[in-house]
Design a binder for this molecule. Structure first.
Ligand SMILES: Cc1cc2nc3c(=O)[nH]c(=O)nc-3n(C[C@H](O)[C@H](O)[C@H](O)COP(=O)(O)OP(=O)(O)OC[C@H]3O[C@@H](n4cnc5c(N)ncnc54)[C@H](O)[C@@H]3O)c2cc1C
Length: 285
């Protein structure tokens, strides 16, 4: 059987795998252009970390766990308001194509460098909406390495969680039921969503979005802000002055800068408020 995936040993910059663009090389990066390649790579490297857009991930150059990425970005308009998208589709591409097809729904994620697979695993959400509300069913690789479908009701979507994330099951695609809408209105909604993000978030900086989950009935950003930590910096990792729950890389932030800053923020917020913040950001085991 030919090898269907491509490997990069200590030659692929972490800056190209994650939106925080920290320093160092991935010890082993495995690119999987098809579902068959992903199945084969998972069998070759049973212990691995599956990455999507890397927009909520930090990678440690000293962690030897292979990093797999599924890069299939194909999409089909199957019928009426239903679209099938492969997990490797960047949301920017999905939005361009869906607006051409006159199908609305996913504009909430405009401006974010995520892939469809990562958005499903994390149940991406903002402004009172989540990606789960548009999903019909999810296509994934089951425990027997077979392609299978899971209906939305069985996906156990929660706050930044899903059955796929909790059980480390790889999503290869999903069917979405979107809303037929005029293309011009969708493009306006995309521009509005980007503008709204730009006013509140450091969208032009190297960042991975929220550092911590919101505790029940509280805002992580508010707790960090109340602890006077906006602008707090370790090495090149800094708490954004625009949004207290966003960390930015001001230049050459290392994994250790990022980890130290996360730990310090957690400790300082706890000392002040007795609330222990839980990281939202993901990392390889
Ligand atoms: C500027 C900015 C703004 C953001 N705003 C928001 C926001 O408003 N709301 C929000 O929810 N998030 C936000 N985020 C965080 C991030 O975009 C989301 O968590 C997104 O869902 C992550 O997608 P990804 O493809 O980048 O996943 P990654 O960071 O690559 O991975 C995240 C998790 O998903 C798993 N995963 C990835 N691909 C797959 C797959 N194919 N199958 C199974 N598991 C997979 C990974 O193993 C990991 O556990 C923002 C990030 C940035 C940089």
């Amino acid at each position: 059987m030919p090898v269907l995936f491509k490997t990069f040993e200590s030659s692929y910059p972490i800056a190209r795998l994650t939106s925080i663009q920290s320093t160092g090389l991935a010890p082993l990066y495995v690119e999987c252009p098809t579902a068959e390649a992903l199945i084969q790579a998972r069998q070759t490297y049973p212990k691995h970390y599956l990455i999507g857009g890397g927009s909520n991930t930090i990678l440690d150059p000293d962690n030897p766990t292979p990093v797999l990425r599924f890069t299939d970005a194909t999409m089909h308009h199957t019928h009426h308001n239903r679209v099938y998208m492969r997990a490797g589709t960047p949301i920017a591409k999905a939005l361009r194509q869906c607006s051409d097809w006159g199908l609305s729904g996913l504009e909430l994620a405009a401006g974010v460098p995520a892939y469809i697979g990562g958005m499903i695993a994390m149940n991406f959400g903002c402004w009172g909406q989540t990606v789960a509300q548009w999903i019909h069913r999810v296509h994934y690789i089951d425990a027997n390495s077979q392609l299978a479908w899971r209906s939305v009701d069985a996906c156990e979507f929660g706050y930044r969680s899903s059955w796929f994330k909790e059980n480390q099951m790889p999503v290869v695609g999903a069917e979405f039921d979107l809303t037929p809408t005029d293309t011009g209105r969708i493009r306006t909604a995309i521009a509005d969503a980007i503008a709204r993000r730009q006013t509140a978030q450091p969208l032009r900086d190297k960042t991975y979005g929220s550092m911590f989950l919101n505790p029940p009935d509280a805002s992580a950003a508010q707790l960090i802000d109340d602890s006077q930590l906006k602008g707090y910096q370790i090495g090149d990792a800094k708490i954004s002055c625009k949004h207290a729950n966003f960390m930015i890389n001001t230049g050459q932030a290392s994994f250790h800068d990022i980890q130290s800053l996360l730990q310090n923020v957690q400790d300082q917020v706890y000392a002040r408020t007795q609330v222990k913040l839980c990281p939202e950001v993901c990392q390889a085991p």
